[in-house]
Design a protein around this ligand. Structure first.
Ligand SMILES: [Cu+2]
Length: 140
């Protein structure tokens, strides 16, 4: 192999390994602040809110994604898993896909069965690829 071929291959491998998505260490899952936009990466940002103040019973989490022009977009799939951190596993919903409605809102019903601290772990995917893992914390 010529020196030129070898260096071209090295450059190609470097470019292939460089991702447009930020790396998100699983053990430091980012907390998404209420009412603030969060960066997903690759020109996508999002917001989240509950459709009403969280209370005992079914609450609906709504997530919206936007491009850098502020247009609402829906290129990703999102799943969410709710539980109480102080009672880990007791109310684990399992990983549930958010439903995309006609207004391009991603919706997740969360069954809040008791008062206390709650967490929703979110996974954002582009096809099969995980592009963001993050969590939402709230108290009821
Ligand atoms: Cu509990």
């Amino acid at each position: 192999m010529s020196k030129l071929t070898a260096s071209l291959m090295a450059v190609t491998l470097f470019l292939l390994s460089a991702s447009v998505w930020p790396q998100e260490p699983a053990e430091e899952m980012r907390v998404l602040e209420p009412g603030k936009r969060f960066e997903v990466g690759a020109g996508i940002h999002g917001t989240w809110e509950f459709t009403q103040r969280p209370q005992i019973g079914m609450v609906i989490l709504k997530i919206q994604l936007f491009d850098d022009k502020g247009e609402k977009i829906s290129p990703l799939t999102i799943s969410g898993r709710s539980d109480m951190p102080s009672m880990a596993g007791h109310h684990d919903s399992g990983d549930v896909p958010l439903k995309l409605n006609k207004s391009r809102n991603y919706l997740l019903p969360v069954n809040v069965v008791m008062p206390g601290d709650w967490e929703i772990q979110l996974t954002f995917r582009d096809g099969e690829r995980i592009v963001l893992r993050a969590r939402i914390l709230f108290d009821v």
